[in-house]
Design a binder for this molecule. Structure first.
Ligand code: PMV
Length: 371
């Protein structure tokens, strides 16, 4: 009964602190596959520990995912430091270690006795390594789920609580990772109209969602596969002294409120307006930061123009969104898959680096592959 009550109320940081446990598993392994996600209302600007400056909502992806295997074994002594090895696509990855160590430091208060174990972390992505697609959301989500699964072996956890705690831990690794745990449409960040919403973790969007959004497609056009010039961490930080910050945060609240009826009724015209405006506003924030910068490339703009022209001429409801980079996510409902793909192949692929793109669609969230 107590757990039941917890899931339906906004949880606090202290609700995620572990109990005192006596029996720890000696050794074992868990494997999780966690997807990436693409925001419709963007998270841009944050306080310490990835507390978002505004609420956001995202489609969970399906094909773009990270699979992580975590093997654990109790160490002889209880030492004062973490012990782990890390490999990516089967190769040892020393340069990823500081990021993982920082994650372990942040989550340690919420996961019992991390320092008692030696961990072997083996991770791989379904999407090509340097595709310009950030793997931090899927990567941190998969890692958080693996670590939390060890606690679940000691202490029974109801699914709702498990998902919220996994999302809470993933957020401490990378903000948008908290939207890669469970659900096809995930909302994160306090919003006055969404009773369960929280800055601490993502929740499955709790309102009615029209069938048209159920199999939505996202074809990701890889305009630039290399590393971007300005990281998201720097971009978020620049929102602190940004002249338009508070208006932008208000706008995100407003767009999320408006999406409620749009998502319920399947009003694609208004959906497209909100989503494209959010994408361009994100980039407008970058262009009006100090220092200012531009992550879109000429090919990005060509794609946007062609999408607008095609939509106007054909009335086919295809639109775009952008993350913090030059790549374009082309969004459209399943019912127009054929003409949309034809258009993408005929007119847009020419703007992709080496003609590369990824066909993805809405997914349901992370899956445990091995317990
Ligand atoms: O989670 P971060 O720090 O990589 O930030 C993600 C920011 C955007 O992708 C641009 C927007 C979002 O809400 O995912």
């Amino acid at each position: 009964m107590v757990i039941f009550a917890q899931i339906f109320f906004r949880m606090r940081e202290q609700d995620f602190l572990p109990k005192v446990y006596a029996n720890f598993p000696e050794k074992g392994k868990v494997i999780w596959k966690a997807p990436s996600n693409i925001a419709l209302v963007k998270y841009w600007g944050k306080r310490a520990q990835q507390i978002p400056a505004n609420p956001s909502i995202s489609f969970t992806l399906d094909a773009c995912a990270t699979t992580t295997q975590l093997s654990y074994e109790i160490r002889g002594e209880n030492t004062s430091d973490f012990s782990f090895d890390l490999s990516f696509d089967g190769k040892s990855k020393e340069d990823f270690k500081p990021k993982i160590r920082a994650f372990l430091e942040r989550v340690e208060p919420y996961l019992p006795h991390l320092k008692r174990y030696h961990f072997q972390i083996e991770t791989s992505n379904s999407f090509p390594h340097s595709s310009g697609i950030a793997s931090s959301a899927s990567g941190m989500a998969a890692l958080a789920l693996c670590f939390l699964s060890i606690e679940r072996k000691i202490q029974e956890m109801e699914d709702g609580f498990f998902n919220r705690k996994a999302s809470f831990l993933a957020r401490l690794g990378s903000g948008s990772a908290c939207r890669s745990i469970a659900g096809d449409l995930v909302q994160w960040g306090y919003h006055q109209d969404i009773e369960e919403s929280s800055d601490l973790y993502g929740i499955q969007y709790p309102f009615k969602v029209n069938q048209v959004f159920k199999n939505y497609h996202d074809t990701i056009l890889l305009v630039h596969k290399g590393k971007k010039q300005v990281s998201s961490t720097v971009g978020h930080d620049l929102m602190h002294q940004h002249p338009f910050a508070s208006k932008r945060f208000d706008q995100a609240h407003e767009n999320l409120a408006q999406l409620k009826s749009v998502l319920a009724t399947g009003d694609l015209e208004r959906f497209i307006q909100i989503v494209e405006s959010e994408a361009l506003t994100l980039h407008a924030m970058m262009m009006t930061s100090m220092p200012y910068y531009i992550l879109m490339l000429p090919d990005t703009l060509e794609i946007l123009q062609k999408i607008w022209r095609f939509r106007k001429e054909t009335k086919i409801p295809i639109c775009f969104t952008l993350d913090a980079g030059a790549n374009v996510h082309v969004l459209y409902p399943e019912s127009v898959e054929e003409p949309a793909m034809q258009f993408i192949q005929d007119e847009l692929v020419v703007h992709c680096e080496n003609g590369h793109y990824i066909c993805d669609q809405i997914g349901l969230g992370a899956k445990q592959i091995f317990e």
